[in-house]
Design a protein around this ligand. Structure first.
Ligand code: FES
Ligand SMILES: [Fe+2]
Length: 410
């Protein structure tokens, strides 16, 4: 058999082994290396307005939980099965100081203490022996955050560098990137890491979003500068993740340089290409519901009272400027976006079948950092960016600058 024939036989689909993946980059559950890394950080998982007196089901890091807001205003996040006999607190009644299970009326506060057992003598003299499992919750920036890691490792709530020194007329607005089918279904039905690593996949912007599907950022001219041509890219490790430094020549000859960063363990801060030059002003939290689903929760620093951006003006599909959910099956093929590119890999990225090349360096570096940090946690250490000192700042390097054409002073 000559060499050509043997390689043809080896590459025949019949000989192709089943694909598989690195579980550290996929499995978010308790006890899994990636899941334990994710649990060491405060995780935003809902908008403040989603905690009400109607209990809400939450899926987060592979766990089912119940979010509610008693009359006293402090939100709680509890394990769903009542510690009496297991009725789901989703059907509980929210009262001034807690949530009351619908079956026999046991009432729990936001830290799981049992306040009442109405069918027991004296309202349950032994009720202090019962505690409903709970997670600590913080409300900040219009979002609700949970710490789901070991209690003795609970860090201080982080101070993000791009949200420091806000003026009196500024705020941080939280919203979902695509809650109503603008760019993808909700939740997005594949592993969180496929979206997370997309932040460093700089070359897909001029290909997928321009060459293949037409200019998908065309509704916004400053965003369009990301798509004009192939960038020169360098990826570098930073304090808390990996930054992509991309330089493009704009049609007027000026040079545009963007710094987009993926930060441990599921955070993205893109260059501010939807606004102006300067430091980044947005966080993208890729919130894993479980191994197979996630949502993207956005936090944007802006002038107080500014509404959430209208995605129809920023990112559109096809010549008619449609939302993702308005596309016909054929239009999904003709004008694919990030969702088609990422979700079509399957629920999980199949690492065994990939052929990483030079333009994938950022993706490979991010995976390496994530695996290293998961190992730090598994070995009993504290991962990067987690702090026990309220003065520490979580450093973020996202930014955009435009330099005058060479030889012209700005
Ligand atoms: S099952 Fe909840 S009070 Fe009985
Ligand atoms: Fe994209």
């Amino acid at each position: 058999m000559n060499e050509d024939t043997s390689s043809e036989v080896a590459s025949h689909a019949y000989s192709h082994p089943a694909p598989n993946y690195d579980p550290t980059l996929i499995n978010v559950g308790k006890g899994r290396p990636g899941g334990e890394l994710l649990r060491r950080y405060w995780q935003p998982f809902a908008l403040a307005g989603e905690a009400t007196n109607v209990p809400r089901k939450i899926r987060l890091l592979g766990e089912d939980l119940i979010l509610f807001r008693p009359g006293n205003g402090v939100a709680g996040l509890l394990y769903p099965r009542c510690m009496h006999r297991g009725t789901n607190l989703f059907f509980g009644r929210v009262e001034d100081d807690g949530i009351r299970c619908c079956y026999h009326g046991w009432k729990y506060d936001v830290v799981g203490r049992c306040l009442d057992q109405p069918a027991e003598p004296g309202g349950g003299r032994q009720r202090a022996r019962v505690r409903q499992p709970w997670y600590p919750v913080v409300e900040r920036y219009g979002a609700i955050w949970a710490y789901m890691g070991p209690p003795d490792k609970q860090p201080v709530f982080p101070r993000f560098s791009i949200f420091e020194n806000m003026t009196a007329d500024e705020e941080v607005l939280s919203y979902y990137l695509t809650r109503n089918g603008e760019l993808a279904p909700w939740p997005e039905d594949f592993c969180f890491f496929a979206l997370y690593e997309n932040a460093l996949d700089t070359h897909h912007v001029p290909i997928l979003h321009t060459m293949i599907s037409g200019p998908q950022f065309s509704g916004n001219s400053s965003a369009g500068r990301q798509s004009v041509n192939f960038p020169k890219v360098q990826w570098k490790s930073t304090e808390n993740g990996v930054v992509a430094i991309a330089e493009r020549k704009l049609p007027d000859g000026s040079r545009h340089i963007s710094y987009s960063e993926a930060l441990m363990p599921n955070l993205i801060s893109l260059a501010p290409f939807f606004t102006k030059n300067g430091p980044g002003n947005e966080l993208f939290w890729v919130v894993p519901w479980d191994d197979d689903n996630h949502t993207v929760l956005m936090m944007k620093r802006q002038k107080k009272g500014t509404p959430a951006p209208d995605n129809r003006k920023i990112f559109t599909f096809g010549p008619d400027g449609k939302y993702w959910s308005e596309l016909t099956p054929e239009e999904h093929q003709r004008y694919p976006g990030d969702y088609e590119a990422e979700a079509s890999m399957g629920k999980h990225v199949m690492h065994s079948e990939e052929h990483l090349v030079t333009s994938d360096f950022g993706v490979a570096l991010l995976r390496r950092r994530f695996r290293e940090q998961a190992k730090v946690v598994a070995d009993g250490g504290d991962p990067v960016g987690v702090s026990f000192d309220p003065n520490d700042i979580f450093k973020i390097n996202s930014a955009a600058v435009t330099l005058a054409p060479e030889g012209v002073s700005a």
